[in-house]
Design a protein around this ligand. Structure first.
Ligand code: URP
Ligand code: ZN
Ligand code: ZN
Ligand code: ZN
Length: 455
């Protein structure tokens, strides 16, 4: 064996038990008590938890947005991922008018492959059907392991928005080829109306970013997306759910038996729209914005009852000087926050505090995204699976600061937040990539995850 992790408390989505894990050739070879195997390296995990590596199903690395590019490229973003216990990141390459799906995927693979420190998968953003011809490429995308597509119901001026007819065509084609459609749901017309009004009135601070897209503006689009998915019987994954009313609509459809999944992000679980009242509120501008306390509580309730399926980050940081472009006009602030390094530690610290179980944290951050998105080799600790493993010390305290993160951004919404419990080691396919505060991985080690279609 290459590696033996002994005496840890192994946590799966269903249970926790003390066991040893033996790893060979990047895979979990066996799990059991007092394994007597020879290993090149042995790690004593007594008193620690041994968890599947997290899958961050929502990141935007090197993403063009608002006249710039997000601050973490593939190297920095996946280095930060490794240091937060994330062993697979999903990025969102964006197809543009006239462009093919595999064309953009291959271009992004060429960028990512030499830099990736953890494994990576792609959802493809669809912005234009090229007169319908693009739909004929969905099968080839699935054959190449791209089994999810995304539509934005907003970002008209950025050239990313699609109309309802396009969304329906994508939903139907995705279903036909065994893929799933991800949706960013907000109502663009009401946002534009509000923006015009606020700017005319000289209301230009980050607070008006929130007021231009409050709860009911997100809820309408959540409900519309759920309605179309139900009507055509296609699977739907709602990204970064942030409002109570939309959440309730998605949950109702899910409970009726529809193939509808909900993702939220740590920032919506921890913060409310009050952050936009802060002097540095523009640094936290993301879409959808953080909402009121009622929504935050509803999200936590659904996390606890298992009605939210995944927690992912929407990691899309921008530097302070870029956020400053919108000092006197919130519409000029590039949208997005950091999070990839904070996801697993945050959700696990909630488990440590008794808010959710350890197994629920594992389900939300690893096992569920693997299942929903067809990562058949990932997301659980079981013989034959990739040895993507996190050793976690439930007693280690850690205070998040930009200075101890491993990204390239210069500020974080999580600054000053103390977590009780923290990852001490991360392994990707059996190779140590993070060790007690230090990145020890290798750019280029990360591999593309070819995913399986839904059957
Ligand atoms: O503000 C955000 N969320 N920026 C990234 C793009 C998106 O909407 O997911
Ligand atoms: Zn979005
Ligand atoms: Zn996003
Ligand atoms: Zn503590």
């Amino acid at each position: 064996m290459d590696l033996l992790i002994k005496n840890g408390t192994v946590v799966t989505a269903d249970e926790s038990f003390i066991a040893d894990i033996a790893v060979e050739n990047g895979k979990i070879a066996c799990i059991g008590q007092n394994l007597s195997v020879d290993a090149k390296q042995t790690v004593d995990a007594a008193g620690k938890l041994v968890l599947p590596g997290a899958i961050d199903a929502h990141t935007h690395l090197a993403m063009p947005f608002g006249g710039t590019v997000s601050a973490d490229g593939y190297l920095a973003g996946t280095r930060a991922a490794a240091c937060g216990g994330v062993t697979t990141v999903f990025d969102y390459p964006m197809q543009k008018k006239g462009m093919g799906i595999m064309e953009i995927i291959e271009a992004r693979k060429a960028m990512c492959d030499p830099e990736a420190c953890v494994d990576y998968a792609f959802h493809c953003i669809i912005t234009d059907l090229n007169g319908g011809a693009l739909l004929d490429e969905f099968q080839a995308a699935v054959d190449n392991g791209i089994t999810s597509f995304k539509c934005f119901l907003v970002y008209k001026k950025e050239g990313m928005m699609v109309d309802d007819a396009t969304l329906i065509k994508v939903l139907l084609k995705a279903k036909e080829v065994g893929a799933i459609t991800n949706i960013h749901a907000e109502n663009p017309d009401v946002i534009d109306m509000n923006i015009e009004k606020f700017l005319k009135e000289g209301k230009t601070s980050a607070w008006y970013h929130y007021l231009s897209r409050p709860e009911f503006v997100e809820a309408e689009a959540d409900k519309r997306a759920v309605h179309w998915a139900k009507s055509v019987g296609a699977p739907l994954y709602i990204v970064h759910m942030a409002d109570k009313e939309g959440l309730e609509a998605a949950i109702a459809a899910k409970l009726e038996g529809h193939d509808i999944y909900v993702e939220t992000c740590p920032q919506y679980l921890e913060f409310t729209c009050d952050v936009y009242k802060r002097e540095d509120g523009r640094n936290f501008v993301c879409s959808p914005p953080m909402k009121g306390e009622e929504s935050r509580e509803a999200l936590w309730d659904a996390i606890k009852t298992g009605l939210i399926d995944t927690v992912a980050t929407d990691h899309c940081p921008f530097q302070s000087y870029e956020k400053d472009w919108g000092k006197d006009d919130f519409t000029k602030i590039p949208n997005g926050c950091a999070g990839v390094e904070n996801l697993y530690p945050y959700m696990l610290s909630a488990a440590g505090a008794g808010k959710i179980t350890w197994s629920r944290a594992v389900a939300l951050c690893a096992t569920n995204p693997a299942k929903i998105f067809g990562c058949t080799q990932k997301g659980s600790l079981a013989p034959g699976k990739d040895a993507d493993i996190v050793v976690y010390d439930p007693k280690k305290d850690f205070t998040i600061s930009v200075s101890n993160m491993h990204s390239d951004y210069d500020h974080t919404i999580w600054e000053g937040k103390t977590l009780h419990g923290y990852p001490v080691q991360t392994y990707v396919r059996g190779r140590l990539v993070y060790d007690n505060g230090a990145f020890v991985g290798q750019p280029g080690y990360g591999e593309f995850v070819k995913r399986a279609p839904k059957i």
